[in-house]
Design a protein around this ligand. Structure first.
Ligand SMILES: *Cc1c(COP(=O)(O)O)cnc(C)c1O
Length: 355
């Protein structure tokens, strides 16, 4: 820390991204990326001519991408916000809508707490129930912005649309932000409720199901007034936050619905296989609807499993938080990668680890 840092940031604890090691080639099951490349039309659209055009600023309104998204979600362009990764949208939403504070589940996406602290927002982290499920009544009439990841991370547990609707009804005076980073892996998006509820803000990303984590692209669906507020913050920070190539990639990705649906189906199949095999190996596994599983072994510690897998060239995500330190969050890759994971775990459990 330099002596120049504003005091208000002295105690700020930044978000810790999953590791991206370069020392050897790992099977990367630690950051919930897609194992599949972007759709062929996405790759073809990034031409030499488009790269040459990088001398020009991108369209700050993201017109074509917004129109394409509006079309898919059955809303209008004015109901869509696009930004540099959905983290950017979360950040803007915390700035815009939590004057009276914010509530979110205690075990959830780590960035919520970071954004609250970054902006000095009063926050309440509501404990999950003992099976990690969310008790929706805990979120009624809080008088604060409500933020819920659905499915939740790292548990993968899903709330139904009926439950989301109840939360919306019980928080009419505050924004309810539903972070749908993992919704394409078996959930139903609450985007369809955006016409009916002017307090709903649905946030999605191109990083997980759409294979564009490196492109940094996220979007939101909401009432046009909420979108206007987000635009105001975007235009007050960085109107050109999405680069030209990502705009093109995103536009093409929206058109490749079939390709991405097929990938999601493959990942869901591998996830269900992983759940079943992990249980056979003595793991407790939550009923995840995301592209990861959250698993704890009956006798080995989470950290031990994390380390032994790392030695075997498989990276998973282990969290230090004592409430979940027995668990690992394991991204679902291809079926082949999943099979290798299960074999590696089987070997670890049999104590056959090469030293
Ligand atoms: C991955 C993730 C995001 C962030 O996605 P980006 O669009 O890559 O910034 C947001 N919320 C949750 C719950 C996530 O897991």
């Amino acid at each position: 820390m330099s002596k120049f840092l504003n005091k208000k940031y002295e105690k700020l604890e930044a978000y810790t991204p999953g590791e991206q090691p370069k020392d050897k080639k790992y099977i990367k099951l630690n950051t919930n990326e897609s194992p599949y490349p972007p759709a062929p039309n996405v790759i073809e659209a990034i031409t030499k001519g488009e790269v040459e055009d990088l001398r020009l600023y991108p369209d700050p309104e993201c017109t074509e991408l917004k129109k394409a998204l509006a079309n898919v979600f059955g809303v209008e362009k004015k109901n869509i916000f696009v930004s540099n990764g959905s983290d950017d949208i979360l950040n803007f939403a915390f700035m815009a809508f939590s004057e009276n504070g914010v509530v979110f589940p205690e075990i959830s996406y780590g960035f919520y707490k970071v954004f609250a602290e970054l902006h000095g927002i009063d926050y309440e982290a509501i404990p999950l129930q003992s099976d990690f499920s969310i008790n929706i009544e805990d979120y009624y009439n809080k008088g604060k912005m409500v933020v819920i990841a659905n499915p939740n991370a790292p548990t993968g547990l899903l709330l139904s649309l009926t439950e989301i609707e109840k939360i919306l009804k019980e928080n009419k005076e505050n924004v309810v932000l539903i972070d749908e980073a993992y919704i394409d892996f078996g959930g139903v998006s609450s985007a369809s409720l955006a016409r009916k509820y002017d307090n709903l803000l649905v946030v999605q990303t191109f990083s997980k199901s759409r294979s564009l984590a490196g492109g940094r692209l996220g979007f939101a669906i909401a009432n046009e007034k909420i979108i206007e507020d987000l635009e105001k913050i975007k235009y007050s920070t960085n109107p050109y936050s999405i680069n030209r190539l990502s705009l093109i990639a995103g536009y093409e990705a929206v058109k490749a619905l079939d390709y991405y649906n097929e990938n999601c189906d493959k990942i869901i199949k591998a996830r269900e296989y992983a759940k079943a095999e992990l249980k056979k190996l003595g793991f407790y596994v939550t009923d995840s609807f995301a592209n990861f599983v959250f698993a704890k072994h009956e006798s080995l510690s989470g950290e031990h499993i994390y380390e032994k897998l790392r030695e075997k060239g498989i990276l998973v995500r282990h969290f230090g938080n004592e409430k979940i330190c027995d668990f690992n969050r394991i991204t679902i890759g291809t079926m082949e990668e999943t099979e290798k994971l299960i074999i590696a775990l089987d070997e670890i459990l049999r104590g056959k680890v090469e030293k």
